[in-house]
Ligand binder design. Structure first.
Ligand code: NAD
Ligand code: FE2
Length: 385
């Protein structure tokens, strides 16, 4: 893909193949001289991370590496990272990876100079105003998956191990100063992660578009994001080194996260407890839930989905859009049921309780009651559409 572009929307994004070479310059632009690169343990060993560290070294930048981040990251990962940041005298963070590395990197930088505990900054009401903005270190974000869009977001999702809940830590200044969106970095993803993260981007765009409330800016971004995923996710799976399609997926991921400030919905409200209780992949869990949630919300969203279907070049009907989602899942090997994802019935009641208080539940176009959450869960377990 020859396309290179600089966007300031919603933050400074350097988009294009090969632009990881600009990492030293991006650090300079963010005012970072001694960065701590934060990523997950698996990714730390791969060439994509080692190459980034090597190019920092070649530029004379002394960077540290913190890789104690697990997928579905937990509070202990953040605590250990804050200690590494403080002890090493680093002055900023390179948040590097999929959503897990990006989220932990961002929250470490946010917590660097705070005196209150992390859970005091959960995304509830105006809790973020408790933070000292001067204590937030600058962040350069480098996504290596195309899904969460966390690189352009102002929050990090961290699991509270005590309660097995995914909590959102939010502050407007957690937004990275510079993003390097280089699609070449995503080429090495295993297919399962390519598909799962791609469906996460689709879920963000779709749920944001269907969330109630007046936000035509978010709606506009979301519909183009949906189109990009429908057209490009099959291409990256059948031709993994195709940089053009990889680039479109990376854009769709950033678009999803930009749009979902409008709200998310029941896909995420159910996927969060399932992910934290069963340690399933976030995006893949969304992919399983997607058609069951669409069906449950049908009456409230039918008209909107007809417009979306028309924009995506499908028959302008709810059924055509549903068929496109089901086809995409089937073509890309997404499990059709929670059973196929190895999610048993044992936490059913807890999942119902947790889904309705998840911060994303309020964005569902139909009120997500406990009964409705359990009905969707049961349908997704049994494959009832
Ligand atoms: N901040 C947000 O707005 C937001 C939004 C959605 C999801 N999330 C969170 O993000 C997390 C999920 O992120 P994710 O789906 O990107 O997965 P991930 O970061 O957990 O990564 C999944 C796996 O893919 C590997 N991987 C990543 N990039 C790779 C590459 N280029 N080559 C080879 N392997 C690679 C990782 O090592 C890991 O094993 C969840 O914790 C979820 O809750 C956050
Ligand atoms: Fe998500």
């Amino acid at each position: 893909m020859a396309t290179k572009a600089n966007w300031n929307y919603p933050t400074a994004v350097r988009f294009g193949a090969g632009r990881i070479a600009e990492l030293p310059d991006a650090l300079k632009a963010a005012g970072i001289t001694r960065p701590l690169l934060v990523t997950d343990a698996g990714l730390a060993r791969l060439p994509v991370t080692q190459d980034a560290l090597a190019l920092l070294k070649a530029a004379g930048i002394e960077a540290g590496l913190f890789a104690e981040v697990k997928p579905n990251p937990v509070a202990g990962n953040v605590e250990a990272g804050i200690n590494a940041l403080r002890e090493g005298g680093y002055d900023g963070v390179i948040a590097f990876g999929g959503g897990s590395g990006l989220d932990v990197g961002k929250v470490i930088a946010f917590m660097a100079g705070q005196t209150r505990p992390m859970w005091d900054f959960e995304d509830i009401g105006d809790w973020w105003t408790r933070a000292d903005p001067k204590g937030i270190f600058p962040i350069v974000a480098v996504p290596t998956t195309a899904g969460t869009g966390s690189e352009v977001g102002r929050a990090g999702v961290i699991t509270d191990e005590a309660t097995h809940t995914k909590k959102v830590i939010f502050h407007p200044l957690m937004m990275p100063k510079v993003v390097i969106a280089d699609p070449e970095l995503t080429v090495g993803m295993p297919t399962f992660i390519t598909v799962g993260t791609g469906f996460d981007a689709l879920a963000h765009c779709l749920e944001a578009y269907c969330a109630p409330g007046y936000h035509p800016l978010a709606d506009g971004i979301a519909v183009e994001g949906v189109r990009l995923v429908l057209e490009n996710l099959p291409k990256v799976v059948s031709y993994p080194t195709g940089i053009e399609a990889r680039g479109h997926m990376m854009s769709a991921a950033a678009m999803g996260a930009t749009a979902f400030q409008k709200g998310l919905g029941a896909i995420h409200a159910l996927s969060h407890p399932v992910g934290s209780l069963h340690d399933t992949h976030h995006g893949m869990t969304n992919a399983v839930f997607m058609p069951y949630v669409l069906a449950a919300n049908r009456e409230a969203i039918e008209e909107r989905i007809e417009r979306l279907a028309a924009y995506c070049g499908l028959d302008p009907s709810f059924d055509a859009f549903m068929a496109a989602v089901l086809d995409l899942r089937k073509q890309l090997g997404v499990p059709h049921t929670l059973k196929d994802l190895k999610v048993g019935p044992q936490n059913r009641e807890t999942i119902g309780d947790m889904a309705i208080v998840d911060p994303t539940a309020g964005g569902n176009p139909v009120r997500l009651t406990r009964d409705l959450a359990l009905e969707i869960f049961d349908n997704a377990r049994e494959g009832r559409l």
